[in-house]
Ligand binder design. Sequence first.
Ligand SMILES: [Fe+2]
Length: 232
Amino acid sequence: MKADIHSHILCGIDDGARNLEETAAILRFLHQSGVTHLAFTPHYYPSQQPLARFLEKRQAAFEQVLTLPEAKHFAFSLGAEVYFTPALMNQEDLSDLCYSGTNLMLTELETKDRFSSAMKSRLTQLLDLYGIRPVLAHIDRYDFLKKDVRLLSELQDMGCLFQVNLSAFSSFFSSMKMISLAKKGFLDFLGEDLHRVPRSPAGREAMLERLEKKSRDMVRQADREALNRIFR
Ligand SMILES: [Fe+2]
């Protein structure tokens, strides 16, 4: 995997990297594993923090990263993992939460239980009023999504895109499920959602190797999508 569109590597802004040393360690790790394009997507919780304050903190954290020698190995994109609550819609302009220079926003659904009509109308609002396309974060975590191809199809027709976490491929059954959804066209992007250097780099490496072997096209396709749509 060359492009990772979901990470918590900026330090001091969310529950990700705790200091700049940790940020540097994660960047070294990703560089060694072959990642060349990396998006920073710190959590943004609309009801907890004014948007302007979040953007200031994100910019300061990003500028710190750029001082690191490890930064030269990557092309970066700056985004956010936006918690998709009604409070978000109180903002007039959400474009700064999209991946740099795009109208794509990594969107974290606020429930794990079910998809509600309120959520659907908010997604429609995001698309129609704000002109923003939601990239639904880690769809592998939501049973109500991954078990419902009709719903995925409906969301796709509306304009939603889908991101899957690498961890979804670490167990056999989950992996089979996600590969099958990818074959049906419901996987646009991959991300690792890293908060720390992985506890077992060797295990992760083995999992990635298996994935590349089994579904090389899927990984290549996700890389291509990321390069074309996010790291333009
Ligand atoms: Fe995340």
